[in-house]
Ligand binder design. Structure first.
Ligand code: BGC
Ligand code: BGC
Length: 664
C-alpha cells in the first residue's frame, strides 16, 4: 500500500513548515510582489483590531513600544514643538522612533508604523535644522525649481531624525491676511500655489513617466511621504477666522481652492489632510461628498486621508461633546487615519463598537487600511522600517543653509526705493562711516523664523542655530564701517549721532494657527515709533518681517526704502546679500498689500481692488543708474573713495595716453 507513505510524507512536510516558523513565505513580505498583491494578502490576514490600529495616529507623548504592540498603532506624530528632549540630537530622535517601531515590528504581522512631523519650513521642530522661509516668502520667489530643491533638502533633514513622513505642504490659498495661517499659504493666487506644489517632487522624488495618476509615489530612503493640507477651503474662511466657515459657490471652490489639489495628486502626493474648517456650513471632517465623492472617487486619489489634530472631535460643538458620533461621521466621510492624538483608547473602542453595530461598514475599514498600507509599501517601510544615523549629518548642513539663503534672497520684495526712479536708495554701500541698525526684529532669530519654529508658536531670541539680520549686516559691511545697534533709539540718541544711514527691521511677533488671527494687522510695538524716530532723523531702509501684509501706508513717506522680507527663517544673511547689492531684488508680491484693513478681504481681480501695492508688484534695481552694482554703490557713496576713484582714473588715463603715444 502506498497510502501510509503519503500520510507520512504529509506529516513530515507539515512538521517542516511548523519548524520554519517565520520563514514561511508570506506574499506581503515579498518586495518582488506587486503592491496591490501585497496589500490584498496582508489585509486578508488582519483582524479587526489590527485594522483599526492602522487607522490610529497617536502623539509621541502617548507612545511606547508596549502601546504600539498592544493596540497595533499604525502611526505616531510629533505635534508642534513635541520633541524627545530639548535640543535633541539626530541620535536621540532616531532612537525614539526606532523604539516605537520595534514595538510595532514585534506584533504578529509586524506591520511598521509611520512617524509623521510638521516640516513646514524645513524640519522646523528640530534644533539645528535649516529653517527655510515660510511659504508666503517662497511664493514671492515664483521659482518652482527652488521649491523642489527645498523639498529635497527638507526630506533629508527629516530623514536625519529617522522620520519618513511630513505634514507638508500646506497648499491653502489664503484669501484674507487676517487669517493666522496666511504665512503657511504660498499665495492668494491659486496659480502660484499650484506652481509651488513642485515641493512634493522634492520631498517624495520625481514621479516616473506613465505613473498611474492618483497613486502615491515616494522614491526611496532619502525621501519622505508628503501631505497636501488642509482639504479644502482652509484659506477661504469668513473674515480670515481660523477653522471657520468658507462660504463659496462651486465656481469659487473649484476655481480657487481646489486647483492645487489637482497638481498635488498628479505629482503623487501620498496623503491629504482634512481641514478643520467648514464648507458652506458643513464641517470638512464630516464632508462625505468632498472627501469620498470628490477626492477619492472623482480625482482618483489613492493615498490616505488623514484627519487634523483632534479634527474629528471638532465636528461637534463643543469639541468632543459626542465623540462616538465624531468617529462615525469622520470615518464614514472617508477619513482613513485619525490624528487622535491622545485619547486613543476611546477612539479604538468607538470604531470597534461602530463596526460591530454595522454603522461603519467593513468595506470602509478595508478601504482605509488598503490606502495606509499602500503608502507604507510604496515607500519601502516594510523593507526598511528602522532608521539609522546615515542621514544624521544632513541636519542643518552647509549646503542646505546656502539653499535657504538663496531662498531668502529670492523671497525679498522691494516695495519702495527712493523718492523717484533716478534717486534710488538701495543697494546700500558697504563702506560708510557709521550706520544704525534698529528695530525689534534686527537681532532676534526667533522672530525672523516665525511660528512653527522649534516651538509650535515659535519663540524669541536664540531659539536655534542661525544668522540674525544684524549679524548678517555686520559681516557684509566693510571692516571700517561702524555698525551701531539699538532696538528702539529715542530722539536724543538720534540727534547726538550722525549716521550715514539706518536700517530698521520691524514686524510681527511669532504666532501659529488661531493665535495668529488678527483683524488689526499692525506691527509689534514699538515698531512704528522706531520707524518714526529713526527715519525722521536719518535716511533709512525699513525691512518688514511678517507673515502677511501689515499696516504700513502711514509711515511710507518717512522711509527711503521698504523691503518685505516675510518670515525668512534661520539664514538672515540672504537679507544682507540683497540690501547691499551682492544680488538684485527679484521677488514679486504673492499677496495684495492693502492700504487699510477695512478693505479686507481684497484679492487681485476683486471689483473694489485698490491696493497700496498690487499682487505681483516688486521693484528691481535699475542697473543703468550710476551706483547699482555693489562696488559702484560703495565708491559713489563714500566721499573719500570717490576722490581716490577720480584720481586713479586720471592717472590711468595719463598712463594710457603716454603708452599709446609711445607706440605711434
Ligand atoms: C494643524 C496641522 C498640523 C497638525 C499636527 C494641527 O493643529 O492644523 O496643520 O499638521 O496640527 O501638528
Ligand atoms: C497643534 C499641535 C500642537 C498642539 C498644542 C495643536 O493644535 O497642531 O501641533 O502641539 O496644538 O496644544
Amino acid at each position: 500500500m502506498t497510502c501510509p507513505n503519503i500520510s507520512w510524507a504529509c506529516l513530515l512536510l507539515l512538521l517542516c513548515f511548523a519548524s520554519m516558523g517565520d520563514a514561511v513565505y508570506m506574499k506581503y513580505k515579498d518586495p518582488k510582489q506587486p503592491t496591490n498583491t501585497r496589500i490584498k494578502d496582508l489585509i486578508s490576514r488582519m483582524t479587526l483590531a489590527e485594522k483599526i490600529g492602522q487607522m490610529t495616529q497617536i502623539e509621541r507623548l502617548e507612545a511606547s513600544a508596549d502601546v504600539m504592540k498592544k493596540y497595533f498603532i499604525g502611526s505616531v506624530l510629533s505635534g508642534g514643538g513635541s520633541v524627545p528632549a530639548p535640543q535633541a540630537t539626530p541620535a536621540i530622535w532616531v532612537n525614539m522612533v526606532n523604539e516605537f517601531q520595534k514595538g510595532s515590528l514585534s506584533t504578529r504581522l509586524g506591520i511598521p508604523m509611520i512617524y509623521g512631523i510638521d516640516a513646514v519650513h524645513g524640519n522646523n521642530n528640530v534644533y539645528n535644522a535649516t529653517l527655510f522661509p515660510h511659504n508666503v516668502g517662497l511664493g514671492a520667489t515664483r521659482d518652482p525649481d527652488l521649491i523642489r530643491r527645498i523639498g529635497e533638502a527638507t526630506a533629508l533633514e527629516v530623514r536625519a531624525t529617522g522620520i519618513p513622513y511630513t505634514f507638508a505642504p500646506c497648499i491653502a490659498v489664503c484669501r484674507d491676511p487676517r487669517w493666522g495661517r496666511c504665512y503657511e499659504s504660498y499665495s492668494e493666487d491659486h496659480r502660484v500655489v499650484q506652481q509651488m506644489t513642485d515641493i512634493i517632487l522634492g520631498l517624495q522624488g520625481e514621479i516616473p513617466m506613465n505613473h498611474t495618476k492618483g497613486v502615491p509615489y515616494i522614491a526611496g530612503k532619502d525621501k519622505v511621504a508628503a501631505c497636501a493640507k488642509h482639504y479644502v477651503g482652509d484659506g477661504g474662511t469668513h473674515s480670515g477666522i481660523n477653522e471657520n466657515n468658507t462660504i463659496v459657490d462651486e465656481h469659487g471652490l473649484l476655481g480657487i481652492h481646489m486647483p492645487p489639489y489637482y497638481d498635488s495628486i498628479i505629482k503623487g502626493v501620498a496623503t491629504v489632510m482634512v481641514s478643520y474648517s467648514s464648507l458652506n456650513g458643513v464641517k470638512m471632517h464630516a464632508n462625505h461628498d468632498l472627501v469620498t465623492g470628490y477626492l477619492k472617487s472623482k480625482l482618483h486619489f489613492r493615498g490616505f486621508v488623514i484627519s487634523d489634530w483632534q479634527g474629528i472631535d471638532r465636528i461637534t460643538s463643543p469639541s468632543g461633546s459626542n465623540y462616538t458620533y465624531s468617529v462615525q461621521a469622520g470615518i464614514n466621510a472617508g477619513i482613513d487615519m485619525v490624528m487622535v492624538p491622545f485619547n486613543y483608547i476611546d477612539y479604538i473602542n468607538d470604531v470597534t463598537y461602530l463596526v460591530k453595530k454595522g454603522i461603519i461598514n467593513m468595506s470602509r475599514i478595508d478601504d482605509a487600511v488598503r490606502r495606509i498600507l499602500r503608502v507604507k509599501f510604496t515607500m519601502g517601510l516594510f523593507e526598511n522600517p528602522l532608521a539609522d544615523l546615515s542621514f544624521a549629518d544632513q541636519l542643518g548642513k552647509k549646503e542646505h543653509r546656502e539653499l535657504a539663503r538663496e531662498a531668502v534672497r529670492k523671497s525679498l520684495v522691494l516695495l519702495k526705493n527712493g523718492n523717484s526712479p533716478n534717486q534710488q536708495f538701495l543697494p546700500l554701500p558697504k563702506k560708510a562711516r557709521s550706520i544704525l541698525v534698529a528695530g525689534s526684529h534686527a537681532s532676534n532669530l526667533g522672530y525672523q523664523c516665525g511660528g512653527w519654529s522649534v516651538q509650535w508658536m515659535g519663540g524669541s531670541g536664540n531659539i536655534t542655530t542661525g544668522t540674525t539680520i544684524l549679524d548678517a549686516i555686520k559681516s557684509t559691511v566693510a571692516d571700517s564701517t561702524h555698525v551701531v545697534h539699538t532696538e528702539n533709539p529715542d530722539e536724543n540718541f538720534m540727534k547726538s549721532n550722525d549716521f550715514s544711514f539706518a536700517i530698521v527691521v520691524v514686524g510681527e511677533p511669532p504666532y501659529a494657527e488661531t493665535l495668529g488671527d488678527n483683524a488689526e494687522l499692525t506691527i509689534l510695538e514699538p515698531g512704528t515709533d522706531t520707524i518714526q524716530t529713526v527715519c525722521s532723523a536719518a535716511k533709512c531702509a525699513v525691512v518688514i518681517i511678517s507673515g502677511r501684509p501689515v499696516v504700513i501706508e502711514p509711515y511710507l513717506p518717512l522711509m527711503e526704502a521698504l523691503v518685505a522680507a516675510w518670515l525668512p527663517g534661520t539664514e538672515g544673511q540672504g537679507v544682507a546679500d540683497v540690501l547691499f547689492g551682492d544680488y538684485g531684488f527679484t521677488g514679486k508680491l504673492p499677496r495684495t498689500w492693502f492700504k487699510s484693513v477695512d478693505q479686507l478681504p481684497m484679492n487681485v481681480g476683486d471689483p473694489h481692488y485698490d491696493p497700496l501695492f498690487p499682487f505681483g508688484f516688486g521693484l528691481t534695481i535699475n542697473s543703468s543708474q550710476p551706483g547699482f552694482s555693489a562696488s559702484a554703490a560703495d565708491r559713489l557713496r563714500d566721499g573719500n573713495e570717490r576722490i581716490v576713484y577720480v584720481v586713479l582714473s586720471l592717472v590711468l588715463s595719463v598712463i594710457l595716453i603716454c603708452f599709446g603715444h609711445g607706440h605711434i
